[in-house]
Write a protein that binds this ligand. Structure first.
Ligand code: THG
Length: 264
């Protein structure tokens, strides 16, 4: 599984404060902590409270690429903010995200092509978040068709079914898991799948337990990537063990240590 660290997000109060005060050391420490814990890439989101998201995202990207060359996943609903991050990016880029809205796809797919970036497509439209599997798949197919028409390689597209909190949308979670599996049959080559894992446990107790249980289930439905907290050791151990059980890692008695060494 491709792991994108979620912790550089202005939604977290320590990061929100660091962005406001331009405290570069806090951002760099958070980046290294996530990479050392096993992150393959880092999500970068200046948060809902940022009043100058264009300059804030550029400041974050500059701070992080001073100390690492892992791919950065520019997380914003505003295409201008995404482009400002891409303009100064030296690391590989992932655009997080487009929706299925034609106006957004017309701007963000060409940007992904221009900057050679991977692209995350959310199964959401101007009508909002779908309520069932068929609506999710319909929007996913529209994103895939639009990317194909514009000549964007589908292997570089991640589809996100949008994970809802368990305490808000319990009846939809099984549908979301099945959607992940069915993304694969939309086209050949297949698009990849991704989730924002921590959404599942927002507002619940036992967050870590719920996150890791959902992640192991999603892996069984073929999940390729997740935005998650890589410093949650139990979560990463559960993911590695799930991949072992699914025959994606080779068994040995010290498989947890072996996997981490290989990654580190
Ligand atoms: N899909 C895609 N991108 C995403 C999401 C997604 N980016 C944002 C988000 N969802 C993934 N990242 C987070 C980061 C933090 C939390 C959830 C998802 C989180 N934060 C605490 C909370 O809200 O309770 C904040 C705690 C604090 O303030 O310290 O849970 O789905 N493509």
């Amino acid at each position: 599984m491709f792991i994108i660290g979620e912790l550089i997000n202005g939604m977290y109060s320590n990061i929100g404060r660091a962005i406001k005060e331009k405290n570069i050391a806090i951002i760099q420490k958070c980046a290294l902590q996530q990479i050392n814990a096993g992150a393959d890439a880092l999500d970068v989101n200046c948060g809902p409270a940022s009043r100058q998201p264009i300059s804030d995202i550029q400041w974050l990207v500059k701070a992080i690429q001073e100390i690492t060359d892992v791919p950065l996943c520019i997380d914003s609903s505003k295409p201008q903010v995404i482009e400002s991050g891409l303009q100064i990016m030296k690391n590989k880029a992932i655009i997080n995200s487009t929706t299925a809205d034609p106006e957004k796809l017309e701007v963000l797919v060409p940007l992904a092509k221009k900057y050679n970036a991977r692209l995350i497509g959310l199964t959401i439209s101007a009508k909002g978040i779908p309520q069932n599997k068929d609506q999710r798949l319909e929007l996913a197919a529209a994103i895939v068709a639009n990317c194909s028409e514009q000549g964007f390689p589908i292997e570089n597209l991640f589809l996100d079914p949008i994970v809802m909190p368990l305490n808000v949308a319990q009846a939809q979670i099984k549908d979301i898991l099945e959607t992940i599996n069915e993304f694969k049959i939309i086209s050949e080559p297949s698009p990849k799948s991704i989730v924002g894992l921590s959404n599942i446990s927002q507002g619940t107790l036992f967050r870590s337990l719920i996150n890791r249980t959902f992640l192991t289930m999603a892996l069984n439905f073929g999940l390729d990537a997740a935005i998650l907290d890589p410093t949650d050791k139990d979560l990463l151990d559960a993911a590695i063990t799930a991949e072992l059980i699914l025959n994606k890692q080779i068994y040995c008695d010290s498989y947890l240590k072996a996997y981490k060494k290989k990654e580190g």
